[in-house]
Structure formats: structure tokens, C-alpha cells
Design a protein around this ligand. Structure first.
Ligand code: NAD
Length: 494
């Protein structure tokens, strides 16, 4: 029994793991090498299952299947409404199987089971429905060019797409990539993160049941530098859509440049600021800041990892924040009272702990937390540092754990300067009742999303993506659908 801080109990409703092989051309198959890798339960460090380990040869086979399905198969040729029907059916199957899907993410990634079941899995089904609804509403234009010619544009699916996704939101990431690209008529190879292959394979099984033709969706688990690199450098993949770290994003772009100049879209890391002004409701702002950093144990690209609070309310805010952090329940992700599960794996656990040590060494004040919890698994206390200077490592690096850097500020100019003092530009939050302040700050922050008096508010229809070294290209919204089309211009004499 892993009861991290004594408040939440371990619950043993682990699902049976049925799908452990690569999903290629509509079948579950062993890897060419026959090799397997272990996927680990972060509650205990124990092995959950042995997964077929995709390598370069397996990616080649999957790309051939996807190419064949694109060049000769029905999928790109179906009317959008026919593709939509199948995607809608898949969405219903996901809803019907939400408990299994949620349990797979909870055990593989240490995510809260109840959040997966009630929020993330149903939202993923809705993402599919959103793009299914758009599949028959894509059209080009007729253009009057000159006296002699006129033309029209065709929206053609880009071809075979490679998707490479991270481990922090295995379900959400899977569906924000495959839904628009499938609706567009593309075929694809998806490589899930090596830490979290289980739900992706389960969704592939449901896709087959829904009637997605063989070869259209291939799921090949494997390691980044081998299977991931085989995707980004493949000569027959037309576009790669990646979510993960800035370091890997750079490698993917280089691989694309050195191979066939495939289109690249990158959703990368963040170090998002949340700026709280004197006129804020202190209790609500403290709650927002805490959830902003602790949701999904801080393993969130848009986590509010830097919190700036104006001096008039700073002391009271700090007191409330620490009280709330101490009451936060860290424990088994299957217990409904848990608010935070274990970090995804040993490597991530150790990385977060080393940043906490670094924060202490570089002179930040540890207000609360900083320690591990329980005697097994990868649980870490909610951790808050104050007295932050902008150039400290814990204020610059993406920690990807439950660690907040808190800083006091005087003026709006000072807050904007600190908020922009980062190589990242993924998201930001502002808490104020003053419309002028909200407008000034939201226009001054170089980030792809700005939340005013809220945080983590996502929607299928609102584009999401980074500025600066947080990447380029959008997920969500019609922008994401357009990534998977290329525009052909056809010209005729009048
Ligand atoms: P990572 O970049 O190491 O891994 C992400 C994926 O890339 C995995 O599937 C991995 O196998 C693959 N990969 C690794 N090396 C590769 C290579 N050389 N070539 C091709 N593929 C490779 O990232 P991580 O540390 O596992 O994930 C956390 C990171 O993801 C954080 O930096 C976080 O900010 C970022 N993230 C960003 C978003 C976003 O939407 N912007 C969302 C979630 C996570």
C-alpha cells in the first residue's frame, strides 16, 4: 500500500493490460527485433507490462502501411461526412470505455484516475467530435485572377504524418494530434512516449473497432532517439507534429531539415508566469496559483511555475498559499481524495529533487515542501520557494514538477519585465479586476495563451501553441486542422 502522506489510500483497481504490441496496418504485431521494454507503475516503481520496442525497421513498415493507405486506400478519398461518421463512432467507444482508458493513464503516468475518467478522457472524445464536425466543411476558393485566367484552390491532405507525443497527457496529446489529421484525410504513424504507451495502444484497438481502415492509424511505441528519430528523419513522412521538450524539438527540426524538409510543428516547454495584482481576491488567487502549479503534479507544459504577487497583498497571499499547499493531498492516484499522484518516473522524480536542492543552494527561501513522501513510489511534496531572483535556475528552467517560484513586485512594468524574462512563451495568467491592467499585460506578454482571472482554460476551438522557444504551429481550433492540409492552386483560361 502506497499512502504517500497518510491521507489517501491505495486502491487496487488496476486494469488488465491487453495490448502490448505495435499497432501496424490494423494488427498488433511484435517488433522486428523482438525486443521489449518495461513500462513502470510510478506508485511503486514496479513493472506493469513488457511492451514491444519499436525500432527504425518498425517505423519503416508502419510508414509503408500509412503511405499505401494514403495513396491507394479509401480514407483520403472518402467524403468528409463519411470520415466524420467513423470518428464519431470512435468517440462513442472512448466514452463507453472511459474507465479502462483512465485506469491505463493512472497506472502508467501516475495521473489522478478520477480526473482522467471525468475530465481528460471525455474531453478527448469531444476533441474527436469537434474535428469530425469540421471534416465536411473544408473547402477551397474560386479566384478571379485576371481577364485571361481564373483559378480555384483545393485543400489536399498533407499526406503521411508523424506524431511524436510526451507522457504527461497521454490521452489528450494522442487526440489533439490524431483528430485533426484524421479529419483532414491524412494517414499517420504515432509514437507515444516510452513512459506511457498503454492508452495509445488501447485507443488504436478502439479505432479498429470503429472502422478506421487498416494502415490509416499506426501506433509504434519505442524510444525517442531510435523510434522518434526514425519518424523525424523519415524520407516518406510529409509532416511531423511534435509535443515535448525544447531540446528534442530542436533535434526534430534538424532531422526534418536534413532529410526531406518535412513540415514541422512544435509544441515545446514553458515557464509560465502568473501575475497577481493588489486588487485580486487573495483567497481565490492563492487557489488559482496552487492549482496552476500542482495540477497533474506540475507535469504540465503551461504550469504556473513563476508566480508574481504585488507587494500590497504579498504577505497575506503567501500565508494563504502555504496553508493551502500544506493541506494538499498527495497520494495514490486511484483514491478519489488524492489531489496529486507520483511523478511519472524515477528520472523525472530525481530531476525535480535536484532542482529543489539547487533552489536552496542559490539562495531562494523554501517556504514549504521540498521532501519526498512515502517509502515507495515517486511522490514529492508541493514545494514553494520565495525570494526569487529572475536569473535563478529555478526561475529559468522548466522543472516539470510541483515546484513554484514566488516573487514580490511593485509596479506593472516590473511585473511585465520579469514575466518576459524567459526563453519560453507558452502561456501566462493575470489576476486583476482592472480592465486596463488586464489589457496592458496581456498585450505585453510574449506568450501564445494569456488567461485573465482563470488558468488552464482550454477548449477544442481555441488555438494553443507557443511563442519564442516554446515552439510554433498550433494545436486545437481550425488552425490545427489547417496544419494537415496543403493548398493546391488550379488555374484555367476563362
Ligand atoms: P521529450 O522531448 O524528451 O520527449 C517527448 C517525446 O519525444 C517522446 O515521445 C520521446 O520519445 C520523443 N523523443 C525524445 N528524443 C527524441 C528524438 N531525438 N527524436 C525524436 N523523438 C524524440 O520530452 P519529455 O521530457 O518526455 O516531456 C516533457 C516535455 O514536454 C516538457 O518540456 C514539456 O514542457 C513538454 N510538453 C509540451 C507541451 C506543449 O503542448 N507545449 C505539452 C506537454 C509537454
Amino acid at each position: 500500500t502506497s499512502i504517500a502522506n497518510g491521507k489517501a489510500n491505495s486502491v487496487n483497481n488496476i486494469p488488465t493490460i491487453k495490448f502490448t504490441k505495435l499497432f501496424i496496418n490494423g494488427d498488433f504485431v511484435d517488433s522486428v527485433s523482438g525486443k521489449r521494454f518495461e513500462t513502470i507503475d510510478p506508485r511503486s516503481g514496479e513493472v506493469i507490462a513488457q511492451i514491444s520496442k519499436g525500432g527504425k525497421e518498425d517505423i519503416d513498415i508502419a510508414v509503408k502501411a500509412a503511405r499505401q493507405a494514403f495513396d491507394l486506400g479509401p480514407w483520403p478519398r472518402l467524403p468528409g461526412s463519411e470520415r466524420a461518421k467513423i470518428l464519431m463512432k470512435w468517440a462513442d467507444l472512448i466514452d463507453e470505455n472511459a474507465e479502462v482508458a483512465a485506469a491505463l493513464d493512472a497506472i502508467d503516468a501516475g495521473k489522478l484516475y478520477h480526473m482522467c475518467k471525468n475530465v481528460e478522457v471525455p474531453a478527448a472524445a469531444n476533441t474527436l467530435r469537434y474535428y469530425a464536425g469540421a471534416a465536411d466543411k473544408i473547402h477551397g476558393q474560386v479566384l478571379k485572377m485576371s481577364r485571361e485566367f481564373h483559378g480555384y484552390t483545393l485543400m489536399e491532405p498533407v499526406g503521411v504524418v508523424g506524431h511524436i507525443i510526451p507522457w504527461n497527457f497521454p490521452t489528450t496529446m494522442f487526440f489533439i494530434k490524431v483528430s485533426p489529421s484524421l479529419a483532414a484525410g491524412c494517414t499517420m504513424v504515432l509514437k507515444p512516449a516510452e513512459q506511457t504507451p498503454l492508452s495509445a495502444l488501447f485507443y488504436a484497438h478502439l479505432a479498429k473497432l470503429a472502422g478506421i481502415p487498416d494502415g490509416v492509424l499506426n501506433v509504434v511505441p519505442g524510444f525517442g532517439p531510435i523510434a522518434g528519430a526514425a519518424v523525424s528523419s523519415h524520407m516518406d513522412i510529409d509532416a511531423v507534429s511534435f509535443t515535448g521538450s525544447t531540446k528534442t524539438g530542436r533535434e526534430i527540426m534538424q532531422a526534418a531539415a536534413k532529410s526531406n524538409l518535412k513540415q514541422v510543428s512544435l509544441e515545446l516547454g514553458g515557464k509560465s508566469p502568473l501575475i497577481i495584482f493588489d486588487d485580486a481576491d487573495i483567497d481565490k488567487a492563492a487557489e488559482l496559483a496552487l492549482i496552476g502549479i500542482l495540477y497533474n503534479k506540475g507535469e504540465v507544459c503551461v504550469a504556473s511555475s513563476r508566480v508574481f504577487v504585488q507587494e500590497g497583498i504579498y504577505d497575506e497571499f503567501e500565508k494563504k498559499l502555504v496553508e493551502k499547499a500544506k493541506a494538499w493531498i498527495v497520494g495514490d492516484p486511484f483514491d478519489p481524495i488524492s489531489q496529486q499522484g507520483p511523478q511519472v518516473d524515477k528520472k523525472q522524480f530525481e530531476k525535480v529533487l535536484s532542482y529543489i536542492e539547487h533552489g536552496k543552494r542559490e539562495g531562494a527561501t523554501l517556504l514549504t515542501g521540498g521532501k519526498t513522501l512515502g517509502n515507495r513510489g515517486y511522490y514529492i511534496e508541493p514545494t514553494i520557494f520565495s525570494d526569487i531572483k529572475d536569473d535563478m535556475l529555478i526561475a529559468q528552467d522548466e522543472i516539470f514538477g510541483p515546484v513554484m517560484a514566488l516573487k514580490k513586485f511593485k509596479t506593472i512594468e516590473e511585473a511585465i519585465k520579469s514575466a518576459n524574462n524567459t526563453k519560453y512563451g507558452l502561456a501566462a495568467g493575470i489576476v486583476t479586476k482592472n480592465l486596463d491592467t488586464a489589457n496592458t499585460v496581456s498585450r505585453s506578454i510574449r506568450a501564445g495563451t494569456v488567461w485573465i482571472n482563470c488558468y488552464f482554460a482550454f477548449g477544442d476551438d481555441i488555438p494553443f501553441g507557443g511563442y519564442k522557444m516554446s515552439g510554433f504551429g498550433k494545436d486545437h481550433g481550425m488552425e490545427a486542422l489547417h496544419k494537415y492540409f496543403q493548398v493546391k492552386s488550379v488555374v484555367t483560361p476563362i
